[in-house]
Design a protein around this ligand. Sequence first.
Ligand code: ARG
Length: 461
Amino acid sequence: GQGRLWGGRFDGGPAEAMFALSKSTQFDWRLAHLDIAGSRAHAKALHRAALLTDAELADMLAALDRLDADVASGAFVAADTDEDVHGALERGLMERAGHELGGRLRAGRSRNDQIATLIRAYLREELLVVAAGVADVIEALAGQARTHLGVPMPGRTHLQSAQPVLLSHHLLAHAWPLLRDLDRLRDLDARLAQSPYGSAALAGTSLGLDPEFVAAELGFAGSVPNSIDGTAARDLVAEAAFVLAMIGVDLSRISEEVILWSTVEFGFAKLDDAWSTGSSIMPQKKNPDVAELARGKAGRLIGNLTGLLATLKGLPLAYNRDLQEDKEPIFDGLDQLRILLPAVAGMVATLQFQPERMAERAPQGFSLATDVADWLVRQRVPFASAHEIAGKAVQYCEDRGIELTDLTPDDLGAIDGSLTPDVLGVLTVAGSIDARDGRGGTARVRVAEQLDEAAAALADH
Ligand code: ARG
């Protein structure tokens, strides 16, 4: 009854609460267009196996086209009595093609193969949108890096002053993880490109249908080698959830720094008006809400991944209804990144860096101490002793409330006999930065190369 997909062995319909629990149209409807594409391919496979005549195939395809148009226009929607998108669309097909012809389509396929195929096809489409959004954030970072090439800033470890670096070097250090996320998305697409259609619920079809044909029709590289795995596996959905979570974490790390930089204490960057918010009570406020929402959504994306892994853990082969729970977390992750990525790109692209403030802070906190030690090493002092002597210099300055750059030749002599006035030559931010000229280092020439390398890596995507 009521257009359900089963009935023969049942005396009655499901209880109301059973049906409410089972229902998925409220979230799987977004797969409707792809489900109809699958039906077209499957109809052609049935025709190739002589299970549909030429005329039946033509009528079936025409009915599927009308259904697709009605779904797109909203003229056909899921009814309260439809359990899932697949059942609803079969009802829609029967309404258009008649029960006799419409009832032929389900031969040799199951909703288990449909959903396993559709989730892969959907991810393949949507991950392209995610990749484009990630590329825009990389562009924003690289654009700022190019504009500010030469600006020094304090480099930190443990959030403590460590060594001066170029702002561009630091910004690109946020771009590279995102470039690796693009690599991950591309790698994942190759694994997603295998179609489980034709698994016929579990053991494969007995009707002579060709899964490779259906796969090619749907734009997949091929069909799965194992029908049980094809319908049971959701590792690829979990992998997608991981990449989305990783992107969220990468955006969150950028955001945390933007939040710090835009405080009055740091003063390294000002947020553009269009990418910040005010306070309803404190007139002076300009809040980094984009960055905070990025940080918050990263937690949500991690939750989606861990929830999905928990769903999969302990599931016996093959299809289990638990697998219906894969969709909401992954759809949520895609939806969140769709709105988050453009906002983060806008925030980064419009950040107003404060080069003077960064340059002023770059040598503070004794960040040139490593340069003193390295200078001593070049004078043939063993590094262990050099470290000790440079540490003494830091202590000397700290006791007197001065910076290493304030040291006079007399001070140097008082600290250690090996510190000749020549050491003052390396106590500059520019000298410190340009001395780090090995591949991957912060020297301006290396960072300029790195900018080109990042641009080339991005262009490759
Ligand atoms: N709605 C199900 C899902 O999302 C697909 C249908 C399979 N249902 C079933 N009873 N075999 O996983």
